[in-house]
Design a protein around this ligand. Structure first.
Ligand SMILES: [Zn+2]
Length: 361
């Protein structure tokens, strides 16, 4: 499927893109191919980052791996993108994203081994920080939660069975804390021992260090499993999804939110797209490849919702400016008004910055 590029924002609400989407839909196996970015063909532009004074990281060659495709296991691939770690201005390495020529999944390769990747998460990594309001919610909030708002929360997050929830990649625990306040029985899993210690010690909630499948989690113990921007960080996402399938009850729900590699923002910003986050993001999902992986893990995909993150456009524009190139289209995304307009346009035409997939066991 060729991606339609609207020439200007005047295209009324992306009608053409919408018609084209409706005609083609999302069908696992038939992939919207992310474009090969121009930069691969014009390497001169790649050298525009100023040479840093120091290279901050040691990289023994043995700690880098070139994995088989995490979805189909084959090895035919094509490099589609080279980009810097935009969270580390002193890092002069360009990381590569490849596309599997068999199933179209895009992933980072070569990538740091599970041991090495720890040094790519800075000490103050945002998602591992504790929630700002580290205390029990006030009485009126709990009362409201138990009446009307609880219904809203149940609607937003499918309330199912006894309300046992597992949050994979729970980070600082803000989501666990919120859902606990709404009456859910919550458990968190995170690879960071520091984050898990804080959740258990300071928030008094149940959390485990590790990944999925987890030896301490019995089968069919949860009604809902959530993954908020965590699946793109793991080395074997299919194994994690199979683990989630194992701990869910029959007809239990899985919610997965990840950046959308088939987004307007990625096509506009390419290597400067905020959602790339190399090399911490190891798999770069589109609605099709995520649906295909969920089905391979045994899930039935119920829906793929677009999620707006207009601030990602502003962050991308800021990164692109550092690289001293900002075409006129991207100038629009620097301010709040422009970025929100473009983000809304992307939402209406189903090419938002992020996506939320609901699947059923
Ligand atoms: Zn593949």
């Amino acid at each position: 499927m060729k991606v339609f590029h609207p020439p200007t924002l005047l295209a009324p609400f992306g009608v053409l893109r919408l018609i084209q989407f409706r005609r083609n839909g999302y069908s696992p196996g038939v992939e919207t191919s992310p474009p090969i970015l121009e930069d691969i063909r014009s390497p001169v532009r790649l050298e525009s980052r100023p040479q840093p004074a120091t290279v901050t990281r040691e990289r023994p060659a043995s700690d880098w791996e070139e994995p088989d495709c995490p979805l189909c296991g084959r090895r035919r691939r094509q490099v589609i993108l080279r980009a810097f770690d935009n969270a580390a201005p002193g890092d002069w390495h360009r990381y590569e994203v490849v596309r599997c020529l068999d199933c179209q999944l895009c992933f980072t390769s070569p990538r740091p081994s599970p041991e090495l990747i720890r040094q790519y998460y800075p000490a103050g990594y945002g998602p591992h920080a504790l929630p700002l309001r580290n205390r029990r919610s006030p009485w009126w909030s709990r009362l409201a939660a138990r009446s009307g708002l609880l219904f809203q929360a149940r609607k937003a997050l499918p309330w199912h069975g006894q309300g046992r929830l597992l949050d994979f990649g729970c980070g600082g625990g803000s989501f666990l804390q919120r859902m606990h306040g709404l009456g859910w029985r919550v458990t968190g899993v995170d690879i960071s021992p520091v984050a898990v210690d804080r959740i258990c010690g300071q928030l008094g909630l149940h959390a485990l260090v590790g990944s999925l499948p987890h030896p301490e989690l019995p089968p069919q113990a949860f009604d809902v499993v959530t993954m908020w921007h965590s699946l793109e960080h793991v080395h074997d996402p299919l194994e994690v999804l199979r683990g989630a399938h194992g701990v869910l009850t029959a007809r239990g729900r899985l919610l997965v939110a990840v950046p959308n590699f088939d987004s307007l923002a990625f096509r506009w910003f390419g290597e400067n797209w905020f959602g790339l986050d190399l090399p911490r993001h190891l798999t770069h999902f589109t609605p099709n490849t995520l649906s295909a992986m969920l089905e391979r893990a045994g899930f039935r995909v119920r829906n793929v919702r677009m999620v707006r993150h207009s601030h990602w456009l502003r962050r991308s524009a800021a990164i692109a400016r550092q690289e001293r190139r900002l075409p006129w289209r991207q100038q629009w995304t620097r301010g709040k008004v422009g970025s929100r307009m473009i983000s809304s346009y992307a939402f209406l035409t189903r090419q938002s910055e992020c996506m939320l997939v609901t699947a059923e066991r």
